[in-house]
Ligand binder design. Structure first.
Ligand SMILES: NC(=O)C1=CN([C@@H]2O[C@H](COP(=O)(O)OP(=O)(O)OC[C@H]3O[C@@H](n4cnc5c(N)ncnc54)[C@H](O)[C@@H]3O)[C@@H](O)[C@H]2O)C=CC1
Ligand SMILES: O=C(O)C(=O)CO
Length: 343
């Protein structure tokens, strides 16, 4: 019988890797090469990943689209474990059809990501990056005046699109810390947040029309792709700021660039982009009324470590045949592939 094999397509902390190695043979696939901007390097890395998956029981990593081509020969693969809460790099229905369990890492990153949303709100509203740059460039030669003033965050209205774990953690900060009025939109009411934070559920159009800060924290799915386009941006107030720490493709970036250039909204704070890494010459990287961050929502030492540990635990539990935690495609549990252990 073959030993368990786990493909590792992301660099993991040493202790997490050691824990996995106690249970399985680890097969590393160069994560950097998978993301290379050189097409030949990236293609070769994808081919290596496909080869490794063909003979694996499990895999752990993130940020790589795992499509049917990569899985074509992976007949033994029972579990994929993503080191992320977002599962938009996977086709859940296809994984379920194949009997492959997908686990992800909710909860451990909720508070850290909510902090990052607030960092974007404060930086955009108070023009923190732009003003810090003024000093760095030696251009602070007189007291700043109205042309450099920002806008307040406290006691304004925040509209949260995607009122799940992270959206509600943002609402808590907004209502209890900053005295903000919280609006939200989503498929179902959240009574706990309505009583604790005075949150009010409204339709998307009303949220766009009333919010000073429109915060996107929904998952990327076929239904949410480009949910904010030219028509939605036109409904926002001219002094409003768009914050996106969900996924880049929630927004039609061409329409966003036009709205920002023409001053139809005040600004944007963006942690995520349709294409990542965002090229340095992209309009969203250069517009003065944009604060652009390189997808750092969960990127603290503590939280990234907790995510890796959680993903490893999820993977091992699923490979062990136990009822795994944090399954993103629970329908698979009735038809999951068997795992055969060497020991
Ligand atoms: N920037 C970053 O580093 C990070 C980004 N994320 C993104 O945030 C997303 C949300 O994470 P969680 O809050 O943990 O997920 P969650 O599943 O708890 O919350 C998502 C919410 O969005 C709602 N939703 C779905 N479709 C919607 C629609 N069309 N309109 C309005 N609401 C809709 C769902 O009902 C749910 O309440 C992830 O899927 C991921 O894409 C998560 C962590 C870090
Ligand atoms: O977990 C996710 O979905 C992220 O985007 C990064 O933490």
């Amino acid at each position: 019988m073959k030993p368990l094999r786990i493909v590792v397509y992301k660099a993991l902390p040493a202790d997490v890797e050691a824990r996995l190695a106690e249970h399985a043979e680890l097969v590393p696939v160069a994560a950097d090469a998978l993301h290379s901007s050189d097409a030949r390097t990236a293609d070769a890395a994808r081919a290596a990943l496909a080869d490794a998956l063909a003979d694996a029981d499990g895999a752990i990593g993130s940020s790589v689209t795992i499509d049917a081509a990569l899985l074509a020969r992976a007949t033994r693969l029972a579990v994929l474990s993503t080191v992320s809460v977002g599962v938009d790099k996977f086709d859940l229905d296809d994984l379920t059809r194949r009997g492959i369990v997908l686990t992800h890492t909710p909860d451990v990153l909720t508070e850290t990501t909510a902090d990052a949303v607030f960092a974007l709100m404060l930086a955009s509203a108070r023009r923190v990056v732009e003003m810090a740059e003024l000093i760095r460039q030696g251009r602070w030669q007189a007291s700043i005046g109205p042309a450099q003033y920002g806008v307040d965050v406290h006691h304004k209205t925040i509209g949260i699109v995607g009122f799940g774990r992270i959206g509600q953690a943002v609402a808590r900060r907004a209502a209890l810390g900053f005295g903000m009025q919280v609006l939200y939109t989503g498929p179902r009411p959240v009574p706990q947040a309505e009583s604790a934070y005075g949150a009010v559920r409204v339709e998307l159009d009303a949220l766009l029309a009333r919010a000073d800060f429109v915060c996107l924290q929904a998952p990327l799915t076929p239904a949410t792709r480009h949910m904010i386009g030219a028509a939605e941006l036109a409904r926002m107030k001219p002094e409003a700021i768009l914050i996106n720490a969900g996924r880049g493709a929630l927004v039609d970036e061409t329409a966003l660039v036009a709205a920002l250039r023409e001053g139809r909204i005040r600004g944007a704070g963006l942690d995520v982009f349709e294409t990542e890494p965002l090229p340095g010459d992209a309009p969203l990287a250069r517009l003065p009324n944009v604060v652009a961050l390189p997808h750092i929502g969960s990127a603290t030492l503590d939280t990234r470590h907790a995510m890796a540990r959680n993903a490893a635990d999820n993977l091992l539990a699923a490979l062990d045949g136990a009822r795994p935690q944090n399954v993103a495609n629970p329908a698979v549990l009735a038809r999951r592939r068997p795992v055969t252990r060497a020991r």
